[in-house]
Design a protein around this ligand. Structure first.
Ligand code: ZN
Length: 270
């Protein structure tokens, strides 16, 4: 998960007018939300302009599943909420509620590689204080979501990873934030066995790069100037791995930061 600045979305001409029209039709009871599903689908290319076709929750780019425009606050009902909640209908066509997501993160699925453990967001949207649950437009401003939001910079900073590819809270997180991270790991399926295996493979790739860079750095230190270019190539490849548009870039960043005992590692972040 990386911070996604929603101000970077370039809204297509006419889209806001159409979203306003859809919202009015829904709130007046003249239509169903799905009658206007093209509204959020039309914004998908604009969302893809920010960090490419990468899931904003798990940072997967490859074809685990098609990417979709996900509603952060569920549009058609909220699971496990009393009194019954029919969804944040007033935000169904509000682009600030959209998150670009893969089906593993936004749909409930069993993980066959992990005892069929159920994960994925579905219509879940837990709050820290359920008494503040919004049932009408505007009240969502008083909610404190449990789920980490890729569009909130402070939230993204709470997520860390172990070297074995499993996600976890950052060590300094307080108990509330640790709970938020753990709930998010479950509801975004960030510990799905396939994605953990892919992070493990990425860790091996990064480790090889780091070993090579360390070797060339030593040679340069011993006066071998021919190793400078090779050292710089390895640094550049590590820089690419932590670029926000790269797959699993936060995992790569955390992994490389874990090697900070190497005196050259700071070059990767310059
Ligand atoms: Zn995902």
């Amino acid at each position: 998960m990386r911070y996604i600045d929603l101000n970077l979305i370039v809204i297509p001409d006419g889209w806001l007018e159409e979203s306003d029209r859809a919202t009015k039709e829904i709130l007046q009871g003249n239509a169903k939300i799905d009658d206007f599903c093209y509204v959020w689908q039309d914004l998908k290319p604009a969302l893809e302009m920010i960090v490419g076709k990468k899931c904003w929750y798990c940072e997967e780019i490859q074809s685990r599943s098609d990417k979709e425009v996900e509603h952060f606050r569920p549009k058609k009902g909220v699971t496990g909420v009393k009194p019954k909640h029919s969804g944040y209908t007033w935000l169904a066509f509000n682009y600030t509620n959209y998150r670009y997501s893969c089906g593993y993160c936004n749909k409930r699925r069993k993980d066959s590689g992990n005892n069929n453990k159920l994960g994925g967001k579905g219509n879940h949207f837990p709050l820290i204080d359920e008494n503040r649950r919004a049932y009408k437009s505007g009240d969502e401003a008083y909610e404190t979501p449990k789920l980490l939001d890729p569009c909130v910079e402070a939230d993204v900073k709470l997520l860390d990873f172990n070297e074995d590819g499993t996600p976890c809270p950052v060590p300094l997180a307080n108990d509330i934030d640790k709970d938020r991270v753990n709930v998010s790991i479950d509801l975004y399926h960030l510990k799905h066995s396939e994605i953990v295996e892919q992070r493990k493979a990425l860790a091996r790739y990064l480790e090889d790069l780091i070993c090579d860079a360390d070797y060339f750095f030593d040679r340069v230190a011993q006066g071998d100037n021919t190793a400078i270019t090779k050292f710089q190539e390895k640094i550049n490849t590590l820089k690419t791995a932590i670029n926000i548009i790269s797959r699993f870039s936060l995992f790569s960043e955390r992994y490389i930061i874990g090697k900070r005992h190497l005196i050259w590692i700071e070059f990767v972040f310059k």
